[in-house]
Structure formats: structure tokens, C-alpha cells
Design a protein around this ligand. Structure first.
Ligand code: GLU
Length: 477
């Protein structure tokens, strides 16, 4: 039975890298009929905040990612982490290192000066009991280090990257697994150790995470071995890159799922796009899909090794596709808060707003475009340059005047569009103005410009709130 997990650190809002990792884990769990679990890695006490945990959970829910068991809270498991460290100490696989920060700094300086990569030189690996006693008598505190054999060969078969091979010598020397503490205690356990202990306790079968964790995987595999724990299978998803091919960072403007939400992207489009950041659809499948659809076919052989470039055009295209397919009721629900914050109020008859959504939906890329595009239906727009020009065309005002007279004697309620068609034909016939000129002029009068959605529907919506006649009249002044 497949069991996967997302292990976010609540030190910031839901990051897009984390969201993409969440999507891959979720898709794999659903494809395999397994479980998707959460573990909140809140052991960094200073930087972890409950509001970030809330933001992360809420963001996952928003994306449509559900989890199968109550989230595990890492900080509640510190006893288990310390017990594992004690086991390593008892087995002689870990030891206390008393080297001070200054001493380590000097060591690194020397390494740098002779062009060596910085690493811990394992200087306290073989302390005699007398040496230890002397350090303790000085009142020195100690970190706990896990022994890493330089000659160790670490092999695993990565589901994305294939056969992987690391040498112990490339891991920077014996690894700190517990922070500095008095020598009779075990200090705060650190990331690589706690992840192994927790993944094993949660019976995780597959660890799916970003490529930036590859070196951690090598270290963690050594810990699995040392603790006698069953190793999971690993899959490392490619990094997310910006348009220039560098790792996506704060400088690219968006890093958090919140940013996309406030920019007006839909959860469906973001979830869809996160999936495409590294995974490609099987032949014959469209790139626009729901998470459920992707889960039916998801596999790691379609996850690329190369970094995934973030492509705004594709995201915008997807978002447009989602909005175009949205039922007007849903669109209305999404756009109403934006309209309200503009101070616009909707007519009591809800069918008006629904008809407006139906009209605008097919031309939206972002939800917030629904503000600009709906604006002329709430506030009478100024005439723009192309509108003014159009109304100066020969015959334009005569035709508009004809429409005004017709509407004054027999106002249109905006409901039966064949009546609008008939009024246009009559006006063209009676004034001799070409229908094309008449239609463009009507659009200019109603919307102030020549671009806009379907003319008859536009007119109908304005007629229903008795805003057509005043707009036509003002063009004649
Ligand atoms: N807390 C780690 C992170 O957010 C988890 C990495 C992992 O999946 O093991 O990067």
C-alpha cells in the first residue's frame, strides 16, 4: 500500500515548490489507491508560526488537495527523535563533538586557503574518555554527529532520475544530528534525522520531493541503514526555473500560492499548471485537465529530469480555459466580491448579473479582468478617442437620433432581442445609414469605444437597467 507525505515547514506561506511537490505526491497516491499524508515540520521554533500552518493547509484545500489522516506535528515527536539519537550513540554510530564554533570556523578558513571544499574533518570522532572528560570539565557543550564513512557508497534507484550514486566523502564529513547542548543531554534533533525517524514511523513508502533534497537523500539513506529501518523509494522532482532558466525566486515576483490567488488565478488552473511543471501529459491527453483526470494516468516516467521553466503564457492560457468553461453562477460568485469592493451594486433580479457573466466569461484571462470588462455596465464610460471618431462619421448621429426617438416612444425592456434587431433594421432603412455604421456607432454610444462583447447582448443588459437611452442621448448633445 502506497503511503506518501508532504512535509512542509511552517516558516512561510505555501510556496509554489511545496505546492508542486504536494500535487505530485497527491497524484501518485490517488493513482496507486494509496494514502497522502501531511507532516508539519515545525522544529524550527523561532521561524515556525501557526498562521503559516493554517495558510499551508488552507492553500492545499483551495487547490483541491485532500489528505487522508490527521497531520503529524513533528515537534510533538521529539522524544522519538532523541531516542533514535540515543540508539546511534549506543551503537557507536554517533558521538559528541565538542569543537567550538570558533574552532570550526578556523578549520574552514584553513580548508579554504588550501582550496579544499569545506567539510568537518571528523576531529572528535575518536576522542578518548579522558579527552571527553577534559572538554566537559571546561564546561563545553557538544553537538552530536553521525559518522559518515568516506568510503561509503550510497546507491538508490530514483523514480525520476534513475540509478543514483553518492560517495560518503561528498557529504561534508560526520553530520550533526542534534544541536549543541550540555554533554549529559541530547540537543534539538536536526532535519535529516527527524525526517528519517518520522517517515519510518508514518510507514512512508515513497518520498517524493524537490531535487534540492538529493544530497539529503544520500545522508538519510545512511541513517535508515544505521537505525535498521526499511528504506522508502525516492523520487526527486525537477526544480522550478524562471524564464531565464534560473531557480525561481522571490525576485520573480511570485513565490507563494497566495500571490497567484490575489492575482486572480483559479485553483483549477494553478493545480493544472503545477502538474505540468515537470510532468508531461501522455499522448492524446489535453494539457487542460483536472487533478482527478491527471491522477488516472500519473506516473514518474513522464516526470522530466530537466528543470521546469515557469511559463506565464501557458498559465494564463489555462486560466482562461478554466474561466471560459465556468458556469455563470460560479463566475458570479467569484467576481461579486471584486465588484462589491468597487462599490458597484447588482440589480435585484439576479438573472441580469448572470447574463453579464455569461457575456464576459469567454473573454476573461484572469478573474480580475471581470472588473475592467464589467465596468461599463456599472458606470457610464467616457467616450474614448475611437468612440468620438465613430460618432463623427457621416450619418452616425442621425441613426442614433432615430433610435432615441424610437426608444422614447416605445422603450425596450431588453428581454426580446428580435426587437433590437428590428429597431436596427428600421433605423437603417429610415435614415439610409449603413447597418455597419449604425452598429459601430451604437457600440460607441453604449460603451464609449469600439471594442467590446456582443452588441445586442450589451444593449440588452443596459436596456434592462434603463441605461441605454441616456447613453444614446448624451451622444447627441
Ligand atoms: N520540511 C522539508 C521542506 O520543506 C521537507 C523536505 C522533505 O520532504 O523531506 O523542504
Amino acid at each position: 500500500m502506497v503511503r506518501v507525505r508532504l512535509a512542509p515547514s511552517p516558516t512561510g506561506t505555501l510556496h509554489i515548490g511545496t505546492a508542486r511537490t504536494a500535487v505530485f505526491n497527491w497524484l501518485y497516491a490517488r493513482k496507486e489507491g494509496g494514502s497522502f499524508l501531511l507532516r508539519i515540520e515545525d522544529t524550527d521554533k523561532e521561524r515556525s508560526k501557526p498562521e503559516f500552518t493554517r495558510n499551508i493547509l488552507e492553500g492545499l484545500q483551495w487547490l483541491g488537495i485532500d489528505w487522508d489522516e490527521d497531520p503529524v506535528i513533528q515537534s510533538e515527536r521529539v522524544n522519538q527523535h532523541q531516542a533514535a539519537i540515543q540508539t546511534l550513540l549506543d551503537k557507536g554510530l554517533a558521538y559528541r563533538c565538542y569543537a567550538s564554533e570558533e574552532e570550526l570556523e578556523r578549520m574552514r578558513e584553513t580548508q579554504k586557503a588550501s582550496n579544499q571544499a569545506p567539510r568537518y574533518d571528523n576531529r572528535h570522532r575518536e576522542l578518548t574518555p579522558q579527552q571527553e572528560a577534559a572538554f566537559q570539565a571546561e564546561g563545553r557543550e557538544a553537538v552530536i554527529r553521525f559518522k559518515i564513512d568516506d568510503n561509503a557508497e550510497i546507491l538508490w534507484k530514483d523514480l525520476v532520475r534513475g540509478p543514483m550514486r553518492w560517495r560518503g566523502a561528498d557529504l561534508g564529513g560526520d553530520m550533526v544530528v542534534a544541536r549543541r547542548a550540555p554533554a549529559d543531554q541530547i540537543g534539538d534533533p536536526l532535519y535529516n534525522l527527524v525526517v528519517v525517524v518520522d517517515d519510518a514511523a508514518m510507514a512512508i513508502t515513497h518520498v517524493i520531493r524537490g531535487e534540492d533534497h538529493i544530497a539529503n537523500t544520500a545522508k538519510q539513506l545512511l541513517l535508515y541503514q544505521a537505525l535498521g529501518l526499511a528504506q522508502p523509494t525516492f523520487a526527486h522532482a525537477p526544480l522550478i526555473l524562471n524564464a531565464e532558466g534560473r531557480k525561481l525566486s522571490k525576485r520573480d515576483g511570485v513565490t507563494s500560492i497566495n500571490d497567484f490567488r490575489s492575482m486572480g488565478y483559479t485553483a483549477e488552473a494553478i493545480a493544472n499548471y503545477m502538474t505540468l511543471l515537470g510532468w508531461s501529459v501522455p499522448e492524446g491527453m489535453e494539457e487542460r485537465f483536472t487533478l482527478q483526470q491527471a491522477a488516472e494516468v500519473f506516473s514518474f516516467d513522464r516526470v522530466n529530469k530537466a528543470g521546469a521553466r515557469f511559463d506565464w503564457d501557458k498559465l494564463n492560457w489555462l486560466n482562461g480555459q478554466v474561466l471560459h468553461a465556468l458556469p455563470p453562477e460560479q463566475l458570479l460568485q467569484d467576481v461579486t466580491p471584486l465588484w462589491t469592493s468597487e462599490g458597484w451594486s447588482l440589480p435585484e433580479d439576479q438573472s441580469w448579473a448572470l447574463a453579464l457573466c455569461e457575456l464576459l466569461g469567454p473573454s476573461l484571462t484572469l478573474i480580475k479582468d471581470g472588473v475592467e470588462q464589467a465596468s461599463p455596465f456599472f458606470i457610464c464610460p467616457e467616450l474614448e478617442e475611437d468612440g468620438v471618431k465613430q460618432l463623427a462619421v457621416e450619418g452616425a448621429k442621425t441613426a442614433i437620433a432615430h433610435l432615441v426617438t424610437t426608444l422614447e416612444s416605445d422603450p425596450w425592456d431588453g428581454l426580446d432581442s428580435s426587437k433590437a434587431q428590428a429597431m436596427l433594421s428600421d433605423a437603417a432603412k429610415a435614415t439610409g445609414v449603413k447597418k455597419g455604421v449604425l452598429m459601430k456607432s451604437l457600440r460607441a454610444a453604449l460603451l464609449g469605444r469600439l471594442q467590446g462583447p456582443d452588441l445586442i447582448t450589451t444593449w440588452s443588459l443596459l436596456a434592462r437597467i434603463e441605461q441605454d437611452l441616456p447613453r444614446l442621448r448624451r451622444c447627441l448633445d
